[in-house]
Design a protein around this ligand. Sequence first.
Ligand SMILES: [Zn+2]
Length: 93
Amino acid sequence: MKYPKEINAYCPFCKRHEQHKVRLASKGKARSLSVGNRKHERKLMGHGGKRAGEKSVKKQGKRQKLVLECPSCKKKQERVVGTRTKKKIEFNA
Ligand SMILES: [Zn+2]
C-alpha cells in the first residue's frame, strides 16, 4: 500500500488544517514489570485450559498505524489507516 509522505490534516491543537509529516508508528518495548503484563503472566500460570491472550484465529494482515506530526506545534497524532494489509505501507517520494 502506498501513502503520501505529507498530508493536509486537521490539528486539534492548532484547530486548523496543516501539512502534516507522516511516518509509521512503531510499537515500543513492552515493560515487563507493568501492571498489565504482570496480570497477564499470572493468567498464563496453571494447568492448561483456555489461556488468555492466545489467539485461536490468525488474522490476515495487520491494521497499520501512522503518526502525523504538525509542523507548527510539533504535536503528534495517531491515525489508523484503511483495512488490514499484508504489506507494510510505502511512502511516496
Ligand atoms: Zn498543530
